[in-house]
Design a protein around this ligand. Structure first.
Ligand SMILES: Cc1ncc(COP(=O)(O)O)c(C=O)c1O
Length: 430
């Protein structure tokens, strides 16, 4: 890091020396120590015994590259503020696009999955004004909220028994003829479920809606080599979707602040057209601000992603891909062990690396209370899980036909260490 910083600094050696006037440098040490003290009040997200929410430590190269870039602090809005880092962003996004089979799409990084999805739905709304956006009832809540922001009607389509979109219900709903965009989630936040993208694309032929793929969490799994045939088929046709979102700050080993939206048809860039009296002067080349809704964006994010993909290319069978395969293997193994234990009910096998399960009990209410109890007891043994509410119908007759929602245990096994830590995790589950 220090060597890289010196190298960067040497690039500006011809400038006259100057003394930094940053105020209060003497006070930095105690403030940093105080910040470190404050940060101790967190769950241990970096540790394999944190197996709860979707949290994955950034790779060391991403942390270092991010910090290195803040020395310059480029702004990827315009080439005037972030020349090198804008070029790096274009390269990194092209690599993400290539992972889905796209060679000449339009895309850029965003602050995260919400902003990336907002742009995709904004484009959909501009192309099919006033038409309805639909997503499965298991999709991220952001789609409904974003549709509200964009003043587009939104409807949820019911889910099937494995948490994916019920495509028969979608077809029935589509016959009304007012759907402008279907959001297909490849990797739902709650259960890692996969919508049947091939079926949705077939319905697009009939009904003419746009198809947006929300692969914010699941997208990188296209590199895994242990997916089920139907999940593989869904990932393999992302290429035919109109837009796709993937979050490097989830499975892409990046610090928060790194989402990505991509459009198959580059010409949607026209919808972003605007003029800025302040920027876009230093080059006739495309400034990323000309194709994104956010203005200032951290060039450091692009540098971190570029460095990570340089070290760990997005290649099937490569080191990065093995991490995804291992996360899914860990989830499959955990689901299998839980399924063999009479104390638990596992509603379905994981498609990616999220496992959901509930305690066996006489009623939905009893199972929910027990989930909370197991969750608390695991935490007292330093095993951190998550909770989620799922429709009782996912569990078939396990709760004697009770309806409503069950509070379930949930674990996202997204760390490279998780596969080896399964014994310890199962032990501490109690
Ligand atoms: C499938 C999916 N879409 C969208 C989002 C929202 O992304 P972000 O939290 O980066 O804004 C998430 C977050 O978990 C997600 O899992």
């Amino acid at each position: 890091m220090v060597e890289a910083l010196r190298h960067l600094d040497a690039g500006f050696a011809k400038l006259p020396e100057f003394e930094s006037q940053a105020p209060a440098l003497d006070g930095v040490r105690p403030v940093l120590l105080e910040a470190a003290e404050r940060l101790r009040d967190n769950y241990p997200y970096f540790h394999p015994l944190y197996a709860g929410q979707m949290l994955k430590p950034p790779h060391p190269v991403a942390r270092a590259a991010y910090a290195l870039a803040t020395w310059i602090n480029p702004n990827n809005h315009a080439l005037d503020g972030g020349r090198a880092s804008s070029a790096m962003e274009k390269e990194a996004v092209a690599q993400l696009a290539a992972m889905f089979g796209w060679n000449d799409c339009l895309g850029h990084l965003t602050g995260g999955g919400t902003m990336a999805n907002l742009e995709a739905l904004w484009v959909a709304g501009r192309l099919q004004p006033g038409k309805t956006v639909v997503a499965s009832a298991g999709a991220h809540y952001t789609h409904q909220r974003i549709s509200g922001v964009l003043q587009l009607p939104f409807e949820a389509i019911s889910t099937n028994s494995t948490g994916g979109m019920d495509c028969e219900a979608l077809e029935q709903r589509a016959t009304k003829g007012d759907i402008g965009c279907v959001v297909a989630t490849l990797g739902s936040t709650g259960t890692g479920s996969i919508d049947d993208l091939p079926a949705i694309l077939q319905l697009r032929e009939k009904f003419g809606f746009r198809v947006h793929v929300d692969a914010a969490y699941g997208g990188y799994f296209t590199l895994a080599d242990n997916l089920t045939a139907s999940t593989r088929a869904a990932f393999d046709c992302i290429q035919q979707a109109d837009s796709v979102v993937i979050d490097p700050h989830k499975h892409g080993l990046q610090p928060y602040g790194c989402g990505c939206v991509m459009f198959r048809d580059q010409t949607v860039g026209r919808l972003y057209r605007h003029d800025s009296p302040y920027t876009y002067f230093s080059s006739k080349d495309l400034h990323l601000g000309e194709i994104s809704l956010e203005c200032s964006r951290p060039g450091a994010s692009a540098v971190a992603l570029w460095a990570t993909q340089r070290l760990l290319p997005l290649a099937p069978g490569g080191e990065f891909a093995k991490g995804l395969t291992s996360s899914r293997a860990a989830a499959l193994e955990l689901a299998q062990r839980l399924g063999q234990d009479p104390r638990w009910v596992v509603p379905f096998a994981p498609e990616l690396d999220i496992v959901v399960w509930a305690p066996r009990a006489d009623s939905v209410a009893a199972a929910s209370a027990m989930s909370q109890d197991y969750f608390d007891r695991a935490a007292s043994r330093d095993l951190h899980l998550a909770l989620t509410r799922l429709p009782a119908h996912y569990f078939g007759e396990s709760y004697h036909g009770d309806e409503g929602e069950i509070l379930c245990l949930r674990s996202v096994l997204m760390k490279p260490e998780h596969e080896r830590w399964l014994d310890e995790i199962v032990d501490r589950l109690g």
